[in-house]
Design a protein around this ligand. Structure first.
Ligand code: IDP
Length: 146
């Protein structure tokens, strides 16, 4: 079993798509191990996206990510990282495949509805950025994916 960190980004929460995206997460066989609704400060968004600090879109990205509530989730299943990236689609919605979450809900390269970790190592690290150990359910989360 592998973990990945998903985020339903502020654009998707604001547009009322969080429920549909959670439904898709469950129907794709992910177990939800942690979930919350939180509005990040810009500093928290900068910390999360520190790897992009030198990119020209860093200011725009961190302002957007702190513009309203988002929903971070720790997801678990076999090949969670690759599977979630397949389900969300390409970063740019114009290039996202039919049936992907970004094709369905993203409105631009920046406001692209969802996040997904890019490696198993980052999945664990990013999960810890949002959740303490005691907030990540080790078992019994099947109440939500039953
Ligand atoms: P990913 O989210 O598909 O892994 P990354 O290249 O890691 O894509 O970029 C992180 C996030 O930064 C993207 O999801 C998107 O919100 C934002 N982003 C990436 N490139 C651009 C851009 O050219 N303009 C504005 N925002 C961007």
């Amino acid at each position: 079993m592998e973990r990945t960190l998903a985020i339903i980004k502020p654009d998707a929460v604001k547009a009322g798509h969080a429920g549909k995206i959670l439904d898709r997460i469950l129907s794709e066989g992910f177990a939800v191990r942690a979930m919350k609704l939180v509005t990040l400060t810009q500093a928290q968004a900068e910390g999360f996206y520190a790897v992009h600090a030198e990119r020209p879109f860093f200011g725009e990205l961190t302002e957007f990510m702190s513009s309203g509530p988002c929903v971070p989730l720790v997801l678990e299943r076999e090949d969670a990282v690759a599977k979630w990236r397949e389900v969300i689609g390409a970063t740019n919605p114009a290039e996202a495949a039919e049936g992907t979450i970004r094709k369905q809900f993203a409105t631009s390269m920046g406001e692209n509805a969802v996040h997904g970790s890019d490696s198993a190592e980052n999945g664990v690290k990013e999960g810890r950025y949002f959740f303490s150990e005691s907030e990540i359910v080790q078992n019994g989360a099947d109440v939500i994916d039953a």
